[in-house]
Ligand binder design. Structure first.
Ligand code: ZN
Ligand code: ZN
Length: 339
């Protein structure tokens, strides 16, 4: 099969002919029809994560058709359209049993990180991690649900526990943030979108957010004024840089929740403990998503309650171009590769 292979960090992926994945008893072989390109792929390709071994086929936002399966697989047929929960959790440990699969104590790894992913014609996936795609959801849109849509749902509903009527600021309305805008609205909150890119802000406005430029001098004052001087209840930080952290805290309400979804390894956050305790800020981490969230966003996409935002669908062999553009922050919404 054809695949785009990461052979060396900081080098372009190479288009290669590689063997089909050998499937086990409880695996599905999926013919990849769409795979989202995530900023995390840029991080993997540039060697940010020390645990990644090479060669590797990246891609964790996968959708395609089932073509074959192991003997232990039931309930799937040839041509079934599926998308993939990419955390290879054990299903047995305390956290898995408590529906915290993203925090599995025996996590084997993640597809597209520790195991080969969707930048290829085929990928193998444990049957337990494949989710059938409702007929009305286009394959490119289904692909990006696993991360770009399920991750902000996890952050908003499970971690921030957003309630109707609350004000949520989404800091960074790129591939994940633009879906956070839709989901926060769906959960009944008032949404403020903050970004440096006017085109992304305009898209957020069209989805019902009040938009603010992160470059604006009086950003804090503008947000305080739109919230009647109180500040926002929840901040969803999709960026994870110290500068955005400092600025965002200046418009977080007392007892507000600050949810970290995005991250950078450039600089750590710095803050005086006193600032946190006097305002009783709640700092919350949010890691990817859980299967229930993937199942929910699949249903909501089918019901047209949310719209997965795919801006471009390009051939697999143009993966390098997509990664370069993503690295330069030139990608609008999400790009998917079509093998
Ligand atoms: Zn991702
Ligand atoms: Zn587990």
């Amino acid at each position: 099969m054809r695949a785009m292979v990461l052979r060396e960090f900081n080098k372009p992926l190479q288009q290669e002919e590689v063997p089909l994945p050998a499937i086990g008893n409880k695996d599905l072989l999926i013919k990849v029809q769409a795979c989202g390109v995530c900023y995390t792929d840029v991080k993997i390709a540039t060697g940010v994560f020390s645990y990644i071994t090479l060669p590797r086929i990246m891609g964790h936002e996968i959708a395609g058709e089932v073509t074959s399966w192991g003997e232990g697989v039931k309930n799937f047929r040839e041509g079934d359209r599926v998308c993939v929960y990419f955390y290879l959790n054990c299903g047995q440990c305390e956290n898995c049993r408590g529906h915290k699969e993203n925090l599995c104590l025996n996590l084997r790894g993640r597809i597209g990180f520790h195991f080969d992913g969707g930048y290829a014609e085929y990928v193998k996936v444990p049957v337990t991690h494949a989710y059938k795609i409702p007929e009305s959801v286009p394959i490119e849109e289904a692909a990006i649900l696993a991360d770009a849509v399920a991750t902000p749902l996890h952050a908003l509903r499970e971690q921030a526990k957003v309630k109707p009527g609350e004000t949520v600021a989404i800091v960074g309305v790129g591939g994940l943030g633009i879906h956070a805008v839709q989901l926060a609205r769906l959960l009944g909150s008032k949404v403020l979108a903050i970004d440096l890119d006017e085109k992304k802000l305009q898209a957020a406005r069209e989805l019902g957010a009040e938009a603010f430029s992160g470059a604006e001098e009086g950003l804090t004052d503008s947000i305080l004024s739109t919230t009647g001087g109180k500040g926002v209840d929840v901040i969803l930080d999709m960026v994870g840089e110290n500068e955005t952290f400092q600025t965002s805290l200046s418009f977080l309400k007392a007892a507000g929740r600050y949810v970290i979804v995005g991250y950078s390894f450039e600089k750590p956050f710095s803050i005086f403990p006193h600032t946190i305790l006097t305002k009783e800020f709640v700092l919350i981490g949010s890691r990817a998503s859980r299967p229930r969230e993937l199942a929910d966003v699949l249903q909501w996409a089918a019901d047209k309650k949310i719209k997965p935002m795919v801006s471009q669908s390009i051939p697999l062999n143009r993966a390098n171009q997509a990664l370069e553009r993503l690295q330069r922050y030139e990608i609008f919404h999400r790009v998917v590769l079509r093998p």
